[in-house]
Design a protein around this ligand. Structure first.
Ligand code: ES4
Ligand code: ZN
Length: 326
């Protein structure tokens, strides 16, 4: 059976990775020491033991605590560089990295330190491994739209160092329409627009991400399965869904990987892609997501090619790069 070798070697794009979610416990402790930040965990093993999540919020609490060790431009660089080393090993040719500036600026970290550190790592990854990489600035949906608008304005001096905006954090109770104005502004600025929708939230949140935010991709979107008209809309428009199976498993969206609806979404003709979300917290990078999901759902080589091709198609790379990778 040569499927695992194919899954590993295929050139693929990763379109749903929160770079703060790639921060491994070892790097969290190294940065805490370097920056003199106190952590409420004795050591790496104690932190790792705390990674037992019951839902999205139980994860987010630890994810924001972990990010508190990031203070300086070099910290952001080192975090992204560690991710690119994994991505290169997984044959990722294109990566679109989410980052959460509000998590950092709220602690007094300069916007420039965040964006410049991450952007420098993107450039160096291109030079060292030929990975095409860009940044997507995400708004925290548990905060206000005014806070998001101020964050977008604050990032404008670095407009050429990110390609789009996204929407993440606690979904239920914070529907996409809460961010209608800031997404309209982002679109006016020529930024790409994506949003998390239908991870834990209802199909209605996917409809409003499409119709009100006018997103170009839906992040997660797995709850679409409960709405036949929405499934038809997504299929007919070839709207990409950035699905993250190991994330869904760890956050108890599905009871087991065998229960995941990826196979049904592929069968329904959706433009599904596979991604790692927060690999340091969810137990695997991109190839782990491919390997474990294919094993659990008994997917085949044709579906492997389909998912990899979808990831390239759904990316915001140039048409010439896409052509080169297909
Ligand atoms: C996230 Cl899994 C997930 N969902 C929503 N927001 C997030 N931020 C980081 N990981
Ligand atoms: Zn996510």
């Amino acid at each position: 059976n040569r499927l695992p070798a194919l899954l590993k070697a295929m050139p693929k794009a990763e379109l749903h990775i929160h770079i703060e979610g790639s921060l491994e416990p070892e790097l969290i402790f190294a940065l805490a020491q370097r920056n003199g930040v106190q952590l409420p965990y004795a050591d790496v093993a104690a932190l790792r033991r705390a990674y037992a999540f019951t839902n999205l919020q139980s994860f987010l609490d630890l994810y924001y605590a972990g990010a508190s060790v990031l203070l300086h431009e070099q910290d952001f660089y080192d975090m992204a560089w560690a991710y690119f080393e994994k991505a290169a090993a997984d044959h990722v040719v294109r990566a679109e990295l989410f980052f959460d500036p509000q998590t950092h600026t709220a602690r007094g970290v300069a916007m420039g330190a965040v964006i410049e550190g991450l952007h420098r790592a993107c450039r160096d990854a291109q030079a060292k491994w030929g990975i095409s990489a860009d940044l997507i600035l995400c708004f925290l949906r548990h905060l206000s739209e005014d806070d998001a608008l101020a964050t977008l304005e604050e990032a404008m001096p670095w407009r050429d160092q990110f390609i789009g905006v996204g929407l993440d954090s606690s979904e239920v109770g914070h529907p996409p329409e809460k961010f209608a104005r800031v997404f309209a502004r982002a679109r006016e600025l020529g930024l790409h627009v994506v949003a998390h929708a239908g991870e834990e939230g209802p199909p209605a949140y996917i409809w409003s991400a499409l119709d009100i935010l006018q997103v170009q991709r839906i992040d997660h979107g797995v709850q679409a399965i409960h709405d036949a008209a929405l499934m038809k809309r997504l299929a007919d428009s070839r709207m990409p869904l950035t699905v993250c199976p190991l994330s869904n498993l760890k956050l108890c969206v599905f009871k087991t990987l065998a229960d995941h609806n990826l196979g049904q979404m592929l069968d329904a003709g959706l433009c599904v892609t596979l991604n790692s979300d927060d690999p340091a917290y969810f137990g695997g990078y991109l190839n782990d997501n491919y390997l474990q999901t294919f094993a659990a759902l008994h997917l085949n080589a044709q579906q492997a090619y389909k998912l990899a091709a979808n990831s390239i198609e759904a990316s915001f790379a140039t048409e010439s790069d896409k052509h080169h990778w297909m």
